[in-house]
Design a protein. Structure first.
Length: 191
């Protein structure tokens, strides 16, 4: 009997096959987690609810921004109109010193004074419509956020920091300051 020589190719091939078998036996099998349809549906529901909540939050934020924009967009115009209102107040103050009961005053002057008062009243109602309000200052505590101190008045009768004189009224549009009030503030008399 003669032994057949194994061909080198077959031996190599067999060695490779046996090594592959050993390698596959050493590797652990990867088990993919089983996701049930119910779990997948719950995950999708949660994602949908989060997306809807985000959309609702964005809608509310945009509505608030839109409301703020419509309220505050007139701020620059309102600041400019405050000087007109100041001038009308000055004219009314001067006209209050005129004795309107005097027979020497002509009808044109009386009509002019009445026209200035009506204009001031109309401008004030427009300010109310657009939520522009005067800062209440006199006899209140000085607040640097809404007041600008122009001078100090020595006075021991009131608490230090009380506003005793208003030179120019301050105004707000809703919660934003348009113009600070120019005021005189009390301080204790120096000894």
């Amino acid at each position: 009997m003669t032994k057949k020589k194994k061909s080198p190719v077959t031996e190599e091939t067999q060695n490779e096959e046996s090594q592959e078998e050993l390698q596959t036996e050493d590797k652990p099998e990867i088990i993919e987690p089983v996701v049930t349809e119910a779990e997948e549906i719950n995950d999708l529901k949660n994602q949908l609810l989060r997306t809807l909540a985000d959309n609702e939050n964005n809608r509310r934020r945009y509505e608030k921004e839109k409301e703020d924009l419509s309220t505050y967009i007139i701020s620059n115009f309102a600041k400019e109109m405050l000087s007109v209102l100041d001038n009308l107040h000055r004219a009314i103050e001067v006209s209050s010193k005129i004795d309107t009961k005097d027979d020497k005053i002509d009808k044109n002057t009386l009509d002019f004074i009445e026209g200035v008062k009506l204009t001031e009243k109309q401008l004030s109602s427009i300010n109310e419509k657009f939520k522009i309000t005067k800062v209440d200052s006199l006899n209140n505590k000085f607040d640097p956020n809404i007041h600008q101190a122009m001078f100090e008045v020595e006075n021991d009768d009131v608490e230090e920091g009380t506003i005793l004189q208003v030179i120019q009224d301050g105004f707000k549009i809703e919660d934003r300051l348009l113009r600070p009030a120019l005021v005189g503030v009390s301080k204790k008399k120096s000894k």
